[in-house]
Design a protein around this ligand. Structure first.
Ligand code: 4AD
Ligand code: MG
Length: 432
């Protein structure tokens, strides 16, 4: 028999009407004469009230058997209730248990992070984890919307690759029949090829880095959005990035108010995130750091404490531009006026969330690209296809990569990226 089920999200459309909902028992309180059931169905949470004097004995007893995470069909009348968070409450008239759950491992008491991570498959049912995953889904929607509305085409670069993009130190190796292969660490080089074919493109896919860093910003498997744009220079690249990030933040604020409230996120800090974003050069950043007691010399890369110190000066993301050529990737275009720095930028999020975007204008000159290949000891055979892009109608072009999980961590106000992805792959964690 088919049931005409409603969702908790939609109960406002059934005010004073009767609904049946497929759900789980999140929590229960009882006063002896009334049982208060906290129910969840994925779309939301609602309180259902069972009044002993108003329901058949059998319904009262069935409610009594419900334990945490038991599954059920509940039928009841939708009542407006201004005291409840959802604005509605359910007066129960019937309960059909699907399964009684015993000894659910995540109780309302506090658990350690390792324990929760071991039970990640169940932990995601909690209100807080649900809110994060809903916001993540909205951020993904906003990203696709931003590019789709601006004439970009979605292109999927390969995941199994014969060579590296961001250096060889953190590649995951695998066999590809008799050949060696690596899991992609960035789709950029392929996206450059795609930009020469489709003009403005973006990729949205998983990337893998065998990084031995155990920090709150690093995942082994993370999702990256990589736009690549033909005929676009460094300056214009930054403009796209600030519009893009503003759009994502504003869209999360507009669509995920309830979820941000569950996370107790201070949204006043997010409202402010509107283009233009401040910019400082690497040179200025080094000067500022030195003046503030940091040990850093021109030519060294910034670490997390440096990034945080710089970001603290601003209430918006900040671009750090023109890094030394030496410490950046081989494909970045040198500043024509100062070849010791490149036309690049990292975008550093506020509130200590670190680098969320890395991007640059790319080298378009075939001779310089060949030179870089020699300096970086890259195999011209392995990258012949990439060198072809500079041979057949090379044009100025730029692009960037946004790390999805760091962006989610920042917008949600989380202190670790492990909660930003359904099943995080971390150093020493491949389970569940
Ligand atoms: O700065 P990255 O390494 O840049 C690239 O891969 C370029 N090929 C992108 C491009 O121009 N198309 O990485 C880009 C972003 C970082 O800013 C960061 O947000 C994220 O990817 N990221 C990570 N996020 C989580 N865990 C890790 N281990 C990450 N490594 C990079
Ligand atoms: Mg980077």
């Amino acid at each position: 028999m088919s049931r005409n089920l409603s969702m908790i999200r939609d109960v406002d459309q059934h005010k004073d009407g009767t609904v049946t909902i497929g759900c789980w028992l999140h929590n229960k309180r009882s006063s002896g004469k009334i049982q208060f059931l906290q129910l969840r169905d994925g779309s939301g949470f609602i309180q259902a009230v069972v009044v002993k004097s108003e329901v058949p004995e059998e319904v009262w007893e069935t409610a009594g058997k419900l334990t945490q995470e038991s599954s059920l069909y509940v039928t009841g009348t939708v009542r407006e209730d201004t005291r409840s968070k959802s604005g509605y409450e359910l007066t129960v008239t019937g309960i059909e248990i699907i399964q009684v759950s015993t000894d659910y491992p995540i109780t309302p008491k506090e658990h350690g992070v390792d324990y929760l991570m071991d039970h990640r498959h169940l932990w995601i049912r909690s209100p807080r984890q649900r809110a994060i995953l809903v916001i993540r889904a909205q951020i993904i929607r906003a990203i696709q919307q931003f590019f789709d509305e601006r004439g970009f085409h979605l292109v999927d670069p390969p995941i199994l690759t014969p060579s590296s993009c961001e250096g060889t130190t953190n590649l995951f190796h695998t066999k590809y029949f008799d050949e060696d292969a690596f899991l992609t660490q960035s789709g950029q080089l392929y996206m450059e090829a795609a930009a020469m074919a489709l003009g403005r493109v973006y990729s949205f896919g998983p990337t893998f880095r065998a990084e031995k860093s155990k920090t709150r910003r690093h995942l082994i498997e993370f999702w990256m959005i990589e736009p690549e744009m033909a005929f676009v220079t460094h300056e214009e690249n930054l403009e796209v990035q600030e519009q893009f990030v503003s759009h994502i933040v504003q869209s999360a604020l507009e669509n995920c108010g309830k979820e941000l409230e569950v996370l107790e996120r201070d949204t006043s800090k997010l409202r402010n995130i509107q283009e233009p974003f401040p910019r400082i050069t690497y040179d200025e950043a080094v000067q500022f750091l030195k003046a503030n007691g940091h040990e850093i010399e021109w030519g060294e890369d910034f670490g997390a404490p440096h990034e945080t110190a710089i970001a603290e000066k601003y209430d918006k993301p900040v671009f750090i531009t023109h890094y030394p050529t030496e410490i950046k990737a081989f494909y970045m275009k040198p500043d024509p006026n100062r070849p010791e720095v490149v036309l690049c930028a990292d975008m550093i999020a506020p509130e200590g969330y670190g680098e969320i975007i890395g991007g640059s204008q790319r080298i378009d000159d075939p001779d310089l690209m060949e030179e870089r290949f020699t300096e970086h000891q890259l195999s011209k055979e392995a990258y012949q296809w990439y060198l072809d892009l500079r041979k057949y109608g090379s044009v100025p072009h730029s692009g960037f990569g946004l790390g999805l999980e760091r962006t989610v961590a920042w917008i949600c106000g989380l202190d670790h990226v492990r909660e930003t992805i359904p099943f995080p792959r971390l150093l020493y964690r491949l389970y569940p």
